[in-house]
Design a protein around this ligand. Structure first.
Ligand SMILES: Cc1cc2nc3c(=O)[nH]c(=O)nc-3n(C[C@H](O)[C@H](O)[C@H](O)COP(=O)(O)OP(=O)(O)OC[C@H]3O[C@@H](n4cnc5c(N)ncnc54)[C@H](O)[C@@H]3O)c2cc1C
Length: 460
């Protein structure tokens, strides 16, 4: 056997499982295979001047490499069972929260100690929301910020690098189960074996994960995608919420269709950014702790959850097709003023330039109603007017909407309470399992599996 444990993917799921395994079992030989670069070599070429939009690098420095999809994210670790995944359905609510708090301890002891932990407990904002038929979800959120998140990752890597074999620029093509129950992974023209295998391939590995599930006959199901826009407005409009809570997850059931629309990934004084998933450019956002890097705007997503029932199975394909339409019309992400959208006008560059807000992303002015399905767009417009009641100014004409933002959900793989598949010692964790969709849940799933392996292996 080359290794005791092979981990596929160096995102939060993979990193935290390696961290806990090293802590609990110094005797184990552990390898991490990662298709992307080490942290310091991850550089997205978009500089806003010479290169303004995604040029489709392989591997993509935003999604792949040490730190995973979260490396340049806003580093918001939400400690809650109300969103970010359904880990609690597998490990229990109490344990899920304990695991997320443990992850928070690791982050704070590796460079994040000075960052703030926000909480929705005892806030009047909840009441204000309820008065307007809006629902504020409960959470504590540690906001590391893009800069401190990087420092934390750097410190964890430096601690792990002498105990773990990191193989970067190493795409695992195939995972095979051997006759003796061990696992073999194929990388370029080499192969490596291990007793335990942890797959943590994240969102960017979703298509690959589907293939692995087919090869190993692991049952899966898939039926959800969230589609929406990123809203950008002056920081002052939401400051009473973001100063107190930093991130507020607010849910609304639309009067017209009964769909759920929610705010997602709020970035006070942040910037809107491109995201590239499997060659499709969508929109996202982040912000920095460092005041020097902050902007005058706040951004957040408004997402409508779309659940499909049989016989339709390709919910991600549906989301991709809508994103492709915006790429086709705008060459990437489209931006539109709210006032233009509600009056049926395409936004033009001159209208955007004349607005009282400066966009933080150079997107193509256009018409989102040519891209988004009516039902989804109606829900977003309804939600903007609702939010205007608790944060007046949200429905101003100059509010910018960037589209499309798509939250792809990996298909859910069939795993048990140990996050283990029907094949003994093969674990699937993080976003590629379909049960986590966030930094804290993905990291917590890594800790959980590491503890299972550490215990099980004592009688090796
Ligand atoms: C721009 C952005 C901002 C975000 N902001 C936040 C936030 O503030 N808060 C939050 O909770 N969540 C945020 N998220 C989501 C969060 O980053 C993910 O939920 C989290 O990273 C999932 O962790 P993971 O380890 O499961 O997967 P990932 O982080 O996606 O890591 C998986 C890793 O596996 C590698 N990989 C995939 N396939 C293979 C293969 N076959 N062989 C080898 N390696 C492979 C990939 O290169 C990747 O590095 C954000 C995401 C993005 C893109």
């Amino acid at each position: 056997m080359d290794y005791d444990v092979i981990i596929i993917g160096a995102g939060p799921g993979g990193i935290f499982s390696a961290y806990e395994l090293v802590k609990l079992r110094k005797d184990l030989k552990i390898a991490v295979f990662e298709v992307g670069n080490p942290l310091e070599k991850r550089k997205c070429p978009i500089d806003g001047e010479k290169i303004k939009s995604c040029v489709g690098c392989k591997p993509c420095s935003i999604m792949n490499g040490f730190g995973g999809a979260g490396a340049f994210s806003d580093g918001k670790y939400n400690i809650t069972n109300q969103f970010g995944g359904t880990l609690y359905e597998y490990v229990g609510k109490k344990k899920a929260i304990e695991l997320m708090k443990y992850v928070d301890d690791i982050n704070t002891s590796h460079g994040g100690a000075q960052t703030k932990l926000y909480s929705t407990a005892n806030t009047d904002i909840k009441k204000l929301c309820l008065k307007n038929d809006l629902h504020l979800l409960d959470a504590s959120v540690r906001h590391l910020g893009t800069d401190i998140n990087y420092v934390v990752l750097e410190n964890i890597y430096n601690e792990l690098k002498n105990s773990v074999d990191f193989h970067f620029l190493s795409f695992v093509e195939k995972v095979e189960m051997e006759k003796d129950g061990s696992y073999k992974v194929y990388v370029k023209d080499e192969s490596f074996t291990s007793k335990y295998c942890i797959i943590s391939a994240g969102r960017s590995g979703s298509k690959w994960m589907e293939q692995v599930s087919r090869d190993l006959e692991i049952p899966t199901k898939s039926n959800r995608v969230d589609i929406g826009v990123r809203v950008e407005l002056p920081y002052e409009v939401f400051s009473h919420l973001t100063d107190e809570l930093y991130e507020s997850k607010i849910v609304y059931r639309t009067a017209k269709y009964g769909d759920l629309v929610r705010t997602f990934c709020m970035n006070p004084k942040g910037a809107v950014v491109n995201e590239n998933t499997n060659g499709i450019v969508t929109v996202n956002g982040h912000s920095y702790e460092d005041p020097e890097k902050q902007t005058e705007n706040t951004n957040f997503a408004l997402l409508v959850a779309k659940h499909f029932s049989e016989p339709f199975k390709d919910s991600n394909g549906y989301g991709e097709s809508i994103a492709k339409l915006s790429n086709m019309l705008g060459g990437g992400v489209i931006v539109q003023r709210f006032g233009d959208l509600t009056t049926g006008h395409r936004s033009t560059q001159s209208r955007i330039d004349e607005a009282f807000i400066t966009p933080t992303l150079a997107a193509t002015p256009g018409d989102l109603s040519l891209v988004m399905p009516k039902r989804i767009l109606d829900g977003i417009i309804e939600m903007v007017y609702k939010l205007d009641k608790i944060a007046p100014g949200t429905a101003n004409d100059d509010t910018l909407l960037y589209g499309v933002e798509v939250k792809f959900y990996n298909m859910e793989v069939d795993i048990n309470e140990n996050l283990e598949t029907l094949h003994k010692n093969l674990f699937i964790i993080g976003d590629c399992s379909g049960i986590t969709h966030s930094l804290s849940h993905a990291s917590a799933s890594g800790i959980h599996v590491a503890r299972c392996i550490a215990e099980r292996n004592y009688n090796k």
